[in-house]
Design a binder for this molecule. Sequence first.
Ligand code: HEC
Length: 176
Amino acid sequence: MTAENLSASAGMRNLRGGKLTARACEGRLSVTYCFSPRMKLVLAILLTPSLLLAVDFDREIRPLLQERCIECHGEKKQKGELRLDAKVHAFKGGHDGPAILAGKSDASPLFQRVTSTDEDEKMPPKGDPLTAAQISLIREWINSGAQWPENATDKAALTDKRLQHWSVQPIKVASA
Ligand code: HEC
């Protein structure tokens, strides 16, 4: 074994999960061929574009809105003229205009409200504030395009003719 081969062999052993010896890798151009299946899986997960890991609205966001916001922003009450119980209402926004700007969490009033430390601004105004994990889910959801798949409630809300106007369609903001 040459000195070169020896150091290559040491290198291979140092790669976590790398199973093959330098000998088996001889002649290969890329060390990735030496990774074990498990290591390849880890790499694949790490390298998967974040888009594919986008927050699942129905699993993560809709239940959160239901649990913490609908009480005041739903069918019965529309504080700040905002409803978050159906897509068409949510994207129309409230008293101050659109609350969700797809792709731009920092500019979205909804995100600003749930992260605000101002007692007069913060949402929800009572009870525990949202957890850091919930806030980061909302941030990811908005930044990845604020996808809101329509369910039966969303579709029913759409049949209200007063909401068909172009001005109340979802706002799309081109990402920077
Ligand atoms: C206990 C009632 C209550 C709950 C629960 C609540 N809000 Fe509010 N929300 C209000 C009130 C009252 C206003 C209007 C006064 C103001 O602007 O602060 C408001 C206003 C807002 C506005 C501004 C609307 C506009 O255009 O002026 C946003 C955005 C908002 N809430 C988001 C949320 C979100 C998101 C949740 C859930 C995480 C939530 N709120 C939960 C009472 C509530």
